[in-house]
Design a protein. Structure first.
Length: 226
């Protein structure tokens, strides 16, 4: 069986690479705009262009313009994402403090977090919950106004090491007569990666845990080696 290659009209089978469709679209758009403008300029005032024909041409015009605009927007969005990631790379290696309500526990590392009280509390209850919501460790926390550090060695209430993963830090602070107080929870760690979420927000990986960049409250870098 013999197979023959047929060259498309206006070219040959052995021609070079195909033209960029965006260039062709831009040429068609500009040509259509010039044709429509010329037609409107030279129409007979006594016999203007039929309204139905004119509307059909406008629909065609706006369709071409819409396609071209969408292509430009996609390119602009791609450049914006690249710029965001480039700026986010400046965070890598920095030590940051960020608002977060969870800590990551590794096989041997100690997890650390902090909470801040705007005023003294009568009591503070610290709870660590797993992904299922079960409390796996509980204890009392400092009650004075200010910032308090919390460290966790990864052991549950029975003294057994928990599985690696994320654990929610829950701070319940109460003032006089059981009045609940707000306790702001933060974590501190080193940024090891950045990524863009589906909604376009940049997130920082702090020791493997993703945190929105706008949750960062402090940043520092080690001094350069002498």
């Amino acid at each position: 069986m013999q197979i023959e290659a047929t060259a498309p009209a206006g070219g040959s089978a052995g021609s070079g690479t195909a033209r960029d469709p965006r260039i062709s679209l831009a040429e068609n758009f500009d040509g259509f705009l010039k044709l429509l403008t010329t037609q409107l300029t030279n129409q007979d005032p006594l016999e203007p262009l039929d309204a139905n024909v004119f509307i059909a041409q406008l629909v065609q015009f706006t369709g071409v313009e819409h396609i071209k605009t969408n292509g430009m927007l996609e390119e602009l969005l791609a450049l914006t994402r690249i710029d965001q990631l480039a700026r986010g790379a400046d965070f890598i290696g920095a030590s940051v403090t960020a608002d977060a309500g969870a800590v990551r526990v590794g096989s041997t590392a100690t997890a650390a977090a902090s909470y801040r009280l705007a005023e003294p509390a009568a009591s503070v209850d610290l709870k660590l919950r797993n992904e299922a919501g079960a409390v796996i460790r509980q204890g009392a926390g400092g009650t004075s106004a200010g910032t308090h550090s919390v460290s966790w060695n990864g052991l549950d209430t029975r003294g057994q090491r928990v599985s690696d993963g994320l654990y929610r830090v829950e701070i319940e602070a109460f003032g006089g007569v059981g009045r609940p107080l707000v306790a702001e929870t933060t974590i501190t760690g080193t940024v090891d990666a950045v990524e863009l979420a589906g909604d376009g927000r940049m997130k920082l990986s702090i020791d493997g845990m993703l945190v929105p960049s706008d949750a960062v409250t402090a940043l520092s870098r080690p001094p350069p080696a002498a």
